[in-house]
Design a protein around this ligand. Structure first.
Ligand code: GDP
Length: 302
């Protein structure tokens, strides 16, 4: 329901498609597909994906495979669903068999990283998983206090920096060592928010990843990129940069309860072959949900 209301603007942009398809006939194909492409562009699908969707619909119309407006609409929904799922990999967390599993959460400032980490801790705890948090955002002064509040709310233990100059990589390394010694199932690592264009901070992320791998080979098991669902096309350059520097294994798409502009996530998933694993639908403990591609498509196109 929250996602459905969050996408009301996108749905409005795309509602024009329904009207067009209602009276569609073969002679009008070009005009209808041009308008459909325009509606997809306005909804932040980006030029490449919008073109791809429309081209494949055109082929299927001209070959006689799609014969009515409702068949075209169904094919449109299916093509978006396929783009979201076909080559993106598993949407469930992949935690491996070694304990503790390590999950790093990365992203630009304000996207919802710390909040998502808190909500993820809550989800895991509800499943009986023993969680340790690591306050690896040593750059923003209040970040570790904010994470301590989430640790308290979820009843999780937390490792924080000792002293002002502690490096993020050593906080994470300490946390993973403690996780290993004390039998934790999962260590959830926060990291500093950064602009994806900030070289020093991106280097710090690389150092964090290496520090964790030094304690447990194969870790981190997941590096989840948090993307603000209200930012539209900016998502794509962010995702490209983070993926190139640290290798992203999954996405958390936040603020879908707000005025979400989620079309762009289709481009991110398709271009980088990275699955959305969770969506954020509010600021409460229970407001992180596993990604449901079908519900997502229904919220945009129904
Ligand atoms: P960070 O800088 O990436 O760690 O971002 P924060 O976790 O501090 O979140 C920034 C703001 O976004 C805070 O006010 C959060 O409460 C809010 N926020 C995070 N996720 C969501 C969400 O899914 N929905 C809504 N409505 N707000 C969110």
């Amino acid at each position: 329901e929250k996602i459905f209301s969050g996408f009301s603007k996108t749905r409005e942009n795309l509602a024009v498609v329904d009207e067009l398809l209602l009276y569609w006939n073969l002679a009008e194909t070009d005009r209808v597909l041009d308008e459909l492409e325009e509606a997809l562009l306005v909804s932040d699908f980006g030029p490449r994906i919008s073109g791809k969707i429309v081209d494949s619909l055109r082929d299927d119309i001209l070959s006689g495979k799609l014969k009515s407006g409702s068949e075209i609409k169904d094919a449109l929904k299916k093509s978006v669903l396929d783009l979201l799922t076909s080559k993106s990999g598993k949407t469930e967390l992949q935690l491996g068999y070694r304990k503790p599993a390590v999950i790093m959460v990365v992203g630009v400032n304000g996207g919802g990283k710390t909040t998502s980490l808190g909500k993820l801790a809550n989800r895991l705890k509800n499943e009986g998983v023993k969680v340790l948090m690591a306050a690896g955002d040593t750059f923003r002064a209040a970040a570790s206090d904010q994470l301590e509040v989430w640790a308290e709310r979820t009843g999780s233990e937390i490792v924080v920096a000792q002293g002002d100059k502690t490096k993020a990589s050593s906080v994470l390394s300490q946390a993973v060592k403690r996780g290993k010694e004390q039998g934790y199932d999962v260590v959830l690592c926060d990291t500093s928010g950064r602009l994806h264009t900030n070289f020093n901070l991106m280097e710090e992320l690389v150092a964090c990843k290496k520090a964790v791998a030094k304690v447990i080979s194969g870790a981190p098991n997941e590096i989840l990129l948090v993307l603000d669902g209200t930012t539209g096309l900016n998502m794509l350059p962010q995702a490209r940069e983070f993926n190139e520097v640290v290798g992203i294994t999954g996405l958390i798409l936040t603020k879908l309860d707000g005025s979400a502009r989620g079309g762009c996530v289709v481009s991110v998933v398709e271009e980088l072959s990275i699955p959305v694993k969770f969506v954020g639908v509010g600021e409460g403990l229970d407001d992180l949900q596993p990604f449901d591609p079908e519900a997502f498509v229904e919220a945009i196109f129904s």
